[in-house]
Design a protein around this ligand. Structure first.
Ligand code: SF4
Length: 473
């Protein structure tokens, strides 16, 4: 058969080929939130349409949710309006909503997997770029715009161009202190922020075989930052173990049946790929962005590039990034003073991220000049962390312990950078203005590196804070 998972899932969900050459693809799961859905529902009403499959549609609130004072009405009038609209729309169209009073509320890409809504072989759509996260389960998951949210609400289908598949194999073992975040930052750096255009990224190899589901989610989450439309990992034993017992996952005999089906969807060993690349995990070190897109990153021991050190076609963007960041080419990223440290987001706001950061900061203290935030990705993550005493470790170390939400990833809520502040951030985008201040500066890195930077008050190599044998392997 020689098919990739993408081909198999695509064929299973293709309704027809449209005259444009696009595929009309049936969407198995539609996840919605308060920011990109209000206009979509308005358009639906204007057309006199209804929601085709409310039982395949689930809503949560995350982007605008304050992480400190969550009492209603929110102080931000626009945020309150968005929240009220989502509540009204979900009531009217019979869509389940995980609002802030619900114990399962959280960032859309955190709660989907937690609840078992995300399953292998599914097609998934959501009005947020980082929907690629769900590909960690062997799902094909698309971030979509508001008009596409409308289309999926009305028809449960998406018109989408067929994709090529690039197999990215990472073999060898990750060095101590290197995490899934470093792997994906390195991949984006190698392939470029436009390198994935027209592609799905299939991730595999020894490094991925050894990763937890949460680590795989971190990698798939940032596929979109390399312009890949989707990213996925073939489902395996790790996937099935993670899924067992979750609320929306079939149980007992039905699970065994589903599992056999999910296994059959993995790419065939001799599948044909449109492109392949291989990376040796041992060549990757803790990685930090220095510029204004996630491809502008370097290993912690490297120096920031200068326009003269890069190919001609990259010179303008390097010069622009250096100017915005007030960095000089040829200087190390290590030692860059930070003002804010943010651990959270759908990339790195899960329990394993918090456990690792807590382990590193235990008994230490955040530098005096740094504001440090830990924002769990969901209420479930927050509860679990509190049961394990992680909140105490963080607060004793001088971190602020917040309620679940997107927080400073996108800053559509009160958590925002001020002025020219520099933030060591476990999130996924370092675009100009991304964290709330038009002139604010973002350095993307793993949560462990953020934890280390918070304590040191500057960018440091997380491996220097702990004995090598204690570092995550
Ligand atoms: S954490 Fe950031 S990327 Fe993820 S859903 Fe929220 S705003 Fe989007």
């Amino acid at each position: 058969m020689r098919k990739t998972l993408l081909q198999k899932v695509w064929e299973n969900h293709a309704v027809r080929t449209l005259p444009t050459g696009q595929t009309q693809l049936f969407i198995g799961l539609h996840l919605i939130h308060e920011v990109t859905s209000p206009q979509a529902f308005d358009m639906l009403r204007m057309r006199g349409s209804t929601v085709a499959f409310p039982n395949r549609t689930f809503a949560t609130v995350d982007h605008i949710v304050p992480t400190l004072n969550q009492s209603r009405p929110f102080l931000d009038v626009l945020a309150e309006e968005m929240m009220s609209s989502l509540e009204k729309n979900c009531r009217e169209f019979g869509i389940p909503l995980y609002d802030i009073t619900n114990a399962n509320q959280g960032i859309v890409h955190v709660i989907g997997p937690e609840l078992g809504l995300t399953q292998p072989g599914m097609t998934i759509a959501c009005g947020d770029s980082h929907t690629s996260t769900h590909g960690a389960f062997g799902a094909i998951a698309f971030g979509i715009g508001t008009s596409q949210v409308r289309d999926v609400l009305a028809s449960q289908c998406l018109a989408i161009e067929p994709l090529k598949v690039r197999r990215i194999t990472v073999n060898g073992s990750m060095r101590g202190g290197v995490y899934a975040k470093d792997i994906i930052l390195d991949i984006i750096r190698r392939l470029g922020v436009k390198g994935g255009t027209g592609y799905a990224y299939e991730y595999g190899g020894e490094a991925f075989d050894g990763m937890s589901m949460e680590e795989r989610m971190t990698v798939c989450n940032m596929s979109i930052e390399g312009a890949a439309r989707v990213g996925y990992v073939n489902p395996d034993e790790t996937t099935f173990e993670y899924m067992k017992g979750r609320p929306f996952v079939p149980q007992g005999a039905a699970f065994d049946k589903a599992r056999a089906w999910w296994e059959s969807l993995a790419s065939d060993p001799d599948a044909n790929y449109d492109d392949e690349m291989e990376i040796d995990a041992a060549t990757i070190e803790p990685t930090v962005t220095w510029g204004i897109n996630p491809g502008q990153s370097i290993g912690i021991s490297e120096r920031i590039p200068s326009p003269s050190s890069v190919p001609a076609e990259e010179r303008a963007s390097v010069a622009e990034a250096l100017e915005f960041m007030s960095f000089r080419g040829g200087t190390p990223i290590m030692g860059t003073k930070i003002d804010v440290a943010f651990i959270g987001s759908c990339t790195n706001g899960r329990i394993s991220d918090l456990r690792e950061a807590a382990r590193l900061v235990k008994g230490q203290h955040v530098a005096k000049h740094v504001q440090a935030l830990v924002v769990p990705g969901s209420q479930s993550v927050r509860r679990l962390a509190e049961q394990e005493g992680l909140d105490k470790i963080f607060t004793e170390a001088g971190f602020e312990w917040r309620g679940a939400g997107c927080s400073m990833c996108l800053a559509m809520n009160p958590d925002q950078l001020q002025g020219r502040q520099i933030c060591a951030s476990a999130s996924n985008r370092n675009f100009k203005g991304r964290q709330g201040s038009p002139t604010g500066r973002t350095l993307l890195m793993s949560p462990a590196m953020v934890a280390a930077a918070a304590v040191a008050g500057e960018v440091v190599d997380t491996r220097r804070l702990v004995r090598t044998e204690e570092v995550h392997a």
